[in-house]
Design a protein around this ligand. Structure first.
Ligand SMILES: [Zn+2]
Length: 244
């Protein structure tokens, strides 16, 4: 298969998105990006032990919804149940990132404070940013299903004292969401650190932003920017085929 839905493109974009998120401090020694394998109950994800800076299209494992590795010889990440739970519950989701983004974690630790849409790009999370109350690693199918229930129809879920998981319609969109999720959390934290009361976007303001939203264009533009930055800095090999 070729084109935007090909397995080869998805493997390459998954490896690139992982490296680019490390470059942007959105992922570190742990956390993982996955993408649905087109037309089957399976997804691509990196091996558990491989440094996030080193993943390649060829190192991606193909893993089934039963957690078994279909292609590849390495073991998948310990928290693979996150990805399985969400792909099973959300047919619309094509890509998932689980990270231990510090800013996101802080919003699971403050009494009476909820992460809210502060910056315009947080229109993506207009429907809400729920939290799963399980603070442990997500290792079992039951935990994965519970996380997916906490996520519900939304596009992000915080994980108490642990991290966050974002979902999107493509890997380029997932990278863009991760960038803006971090920006939005930082904006709210800076207001709090200034000792002021956050003024999140109102419903009327979100409505106005939504009227002018050009998500597809924006995701394409930022993907191009981050891939270019990654290639120039050496984070991503220039020869990878990353565009549909
Ligand atoms: Zn985790």
């Amino acid at each position: 298969m070729t084109g935007s839905n090909s397995d080869a493109l998805r493997r390459a974009q998954c490896a690139a998105a992982t490296r680019l998120m490390v470059m942007e401090n959105l992922l570190d020694y742990s956390g993982h990006v996955s993408v649905r394998a087109p037309g089957r109950d399976a997804f691509y994800i990196q091996p558990a032990m491989q440094p996030r800076t080193d993943v390649t299209p060829d190192s991606m494992l193909l893993v089934g919804f039963d957690g078994k590795v279909i292609e590849g010889n390495e073991r998948p990440p310990v928290e693979i149940a996150i990805h399985i739970g969400i792909y099973k519950a959300r047919p619309d989701v094509q890509a998932v990132v689980h990270s231990h983004m510090e800013l996101a974690i802080w919003f699971t630790m403050m009494e009476g404070v909820q992460l809210m849409p502060m910056r315009a790009r947080a229109i993506r999370w207009r429907s809400g940013i729920p939290m799963d109350d399980d603070p442990s690693h997500i290792k079992t199918p039951e935990q994965g299903a519970k996380l997916a229930r906490a996520l519900g129809p939304h596009h992000a879920v915080l994980m108490r004292a642990h991290g966050s998981t974002l979902v999107a319609e493509s890997l380029p969109a997932l990278l863009v969401d991760a960038v803006h999720f971090d920006e939005n959390a930082r904006a709210q934290m800076q207001v709090l650190q200034a000792g002021r009361t956050p003024l999140p976007l109102t419903d009327a303001e979100l409505e106005q932003i939504d009227r002018h939203e050009m998500r597809e264009f924006h995701c394409e533009k930022l993907w191009k920017y981050y891939v270019g930055k990654g290639v120039k800095s050496g984070a991503v090999p220039g020869e990878w085929e990353l565009d549909a």
